[in-house]
Design a protein around this ligand. Structure first.
Ligand code: ZN
Length: 594
């Protein structure tokens, strides 16, 4: 029911589901047919890497990555070998690598659904190299998915795992590149749709100059029991190489309506709290910024509770005028006030046996607060104008922005009610604190909206995705959902959603970092190039300018502005305080003169 971290099926992003099936996947290929320029090229794969140092995240497309010291990887590896023995350790690292490989396979298929099969297979070698594990040199590979045939041979140069193994244990009898082998198996099997087993027939850890790996399908090898054993966490041979899937799914009500989506640690923590409190009758207070999905969580709580067969009733206290809220909550008895011509039950009674969700609880008047407190304590209510107490069996879930305690301090909210509500508080984090969930959420919204709008966009452009990954989302999940919807509407059918489709006047993150041609980090303007400022322009001009003429100065100014804004006319115009049209006119004039 709740989408949890776990399963790589849940982790994909940026494209609706139908585009990531094997439908586009050409079933035959040969490394000899490879053209270096065919997509995805090494350059295109490098563009998937985004460093977000101020935010503390590194992304490979939509996957969060980690820059880990090889020496600490080596230390971890040695400690695991010593504690579990090398067979168990080998299995553990093989499965870890398998997950990485399978995720990268998914990335390639989603991002380049139209790429040739051979290019997609080759991309795995580039990614494995880019991620710093080893430099992969394909010797040859050939496959035919229809006949279930795969054969490939690769050289691994300066494998990081072999180096760490050599540091710890010296030259040994057995191949040492377990993680990397798992990666190859995961990547190729993930693409091929059936088990392809790789074996290291030579390894630097055994004294060879390079590692040499050979891959074939399980059927072609024949005897793969021991290979499969490393892929199966439970120890026995694995029928299918399913990575461990854990699930918080409670076996209660069937899902109805949208559910909270997430995989981040912050999301899981909130989710665990929800599961713990759901079976109890306790009152729950959900706090969080506007748009974080409080009502969705409240509905989820209700679904997971023993009350799920009874009604879930929601009331936003901010949406009802002060003088009507008591009648709305507790109902009205005939003759209570002028105009109350007939009796009607309030939300409390309508939620009988179920859950009452009170959003924006801080907006409840002091009189309403007293009545609510009584309802919680005595489990009975009185209708407005009524004389008799009505028993209610209702679980109250209240929600507030982060300001409830301030309201208590100001005397606007009853302290006793606050404590009565605050029995079990659940704080929902803002989206900017659970960025790892952004790809999941984008994907879920895209899928739903594409279905509703009967659309099939080609996902998001890389810079649109990168900007979303770094945007602050003051309006949280609701804002993300609105942006995706806006992007879908504004983009052309069959075309990817780009920045201009998503954002209007929002404050965009300034820049990201990616790797440049030399492999260093380079500033990577995410939206349009930042406007050059006038001062550095003047500095540059005076540095190598001896003769001043107004015309010459203007020409140089125009040129410098163009260069500094990377040819973006609008940005260059802004830098020198001209309109785009004025700037274009002068540019043309000087070009004609020059
Ligand atoms: Zn090796």
């Amino acid at each position: 029911m709740i989408k949890t971290p776990t399963n790589m099926e849940n982790r994909h992003c940026t494209l609706p589901d139908h585009s990531v099936t094997t439908a586009h996947f050409a079933p035959r290929g040969d490394s000899r047919e490879l053209v270096p320029s065919s997509s995805p090229t090494q350059e295109e794969l490098k563009e998937c890497l985004l460093f977000s140092p101020d935010d503390g995240r590194i992304w490979l497309n939509d996957q969060r990555m980690l820059l880990l010291h090889t020496s600490s990887f080596g230390a971890l590896r040695r400690e695991i070998i010593e504690r579990l023995g090398s067979q168990q350790a080998r299995g553990l690292f093989t499965r870890t690598g398998y997950l990485s490989g399978a995720r990268d396979a998914r990335l390639i298929r989603e991002r380049w659904p139209q790429a040739s099969a051979a290019a997609i297979f080759a991309a795995g070698t580039h990614l494995h190299t880019l991620e710093g594990m080893t430099r992969v040199e394909p010797l040859h590979f050939k496959f035919d998915a229809d006949c279930g045939f795969y054969e490939g041979e690769f050289l691994w140069h300066h494998s990081c795992e072999a180096d760490e193994h050599l540091t710890g244990y010296g030259v040994g009898q057995d191949p040492a590149c377990w993680t990397e082998l798992g990666y190859a198996i995961g990547f190729v099997s993930g693409l091929f749709g059936r088990m392809v087993i790789f074996r290291e027939v030579e390894c630097r850890g055994m004294g060879h100059a390079n590692c040499r790996v050979v891959g074939k399908t399980a059927e072609q090898w024949g005897d793969v029991e021991s290979d499969l054993a490393y892929l199966n966490a439970s120890g026995g041979p694995a029928a299918t190489p399913a990575p461990a899937v854990s699930s918080f799914t409670p076996a209660s009500a069937p899902p109805q309506g949208p559910e909270p989506i997430g995989a981040s640690a912050a999301f899981n923590a909130a989710n665990l709290s929800l599961q713990r409190v759901a079976p109890t009758p306790a009152t729950v207070l959900i706090s969080g910024e506007s748009g974080v999905g409080k009502e969705l969580f409240a509905r989820q709580l209700h679904r997971m509770s023993p009350r799920h067969h009874a009604p879930f009733v929601a009331l936003n206290c901010a949406a009802i005028p002060d003088n009507l809220i008591e009648a709305e909550l507790f109902g009205v008895d005939r003759g209570a006030y002028t105009g109350a011509s007939h009796s009607r039950p309030g939300r409390f009674e309508r939620a009988q046996g179920g859950t009452l969700f009170l959003d924006e609880i801080t907006c409840l008047s002091l009189a309403g607060q007293s009545k609510l407190l009584r309802a919680l304590q005595e489990r009975e209510i009185e209708r407005v104008g009524g004389v008799q107490a009505i028993k209610v069996d209702v679980r109250v879930v209240a929600a507030c922005n982060v300001d409830l305690q301030q309201a208590v301090a100001r005397g606007d909210f009853r302290e006793d009610l606050f404590y009565r509500l605050n029995v079990y508080p659940i704080a929902l984090p803002p989206l900017r604190e659970r960025r790892d969930d952004i790809p999941l959420l984008i994907n879920a919204f895209l899928q739903r909206l594409c279905r509703d709008y009967q659309r099939t966009p080609a996902g998001l452009t890389m810079r649109a995705l990168k900007t979303l990954l770094r945007y602050d989302f003051p309006g949280n999940i609701r804002e993300l959902q609105n942006l995706v919807e806006r992007g879908l509407i504004a983009s052309e059918e069959g075309q990817p959603i780009d920045l201009v489709h998503l954002f209007r006047n929002e404050r965009l993150p300034e820049q990201g970092y990616s790797i440049d041609r030399e492999g260093g980090l380079t500033v990577n303007p995410l939206s349009e190039p930042p406007a050059a400022t006038l001062e550095p322009l003047l500095d540059t001009l005076t540095q190598h300018d001896q003769s001043f003429s107004i015309d010459g100065l203007e020409a140089r100014l125009i040129n410098e502005a163009m260069q500094q804004s990377a040819g973006n006319l609008a940005a260059a115009a802004r830098a020198v305080g001209l309109s785009r049209a004025q700037f274009a006119y002068r540019l043309k004039k000087h070009h004609q003169q020059g």
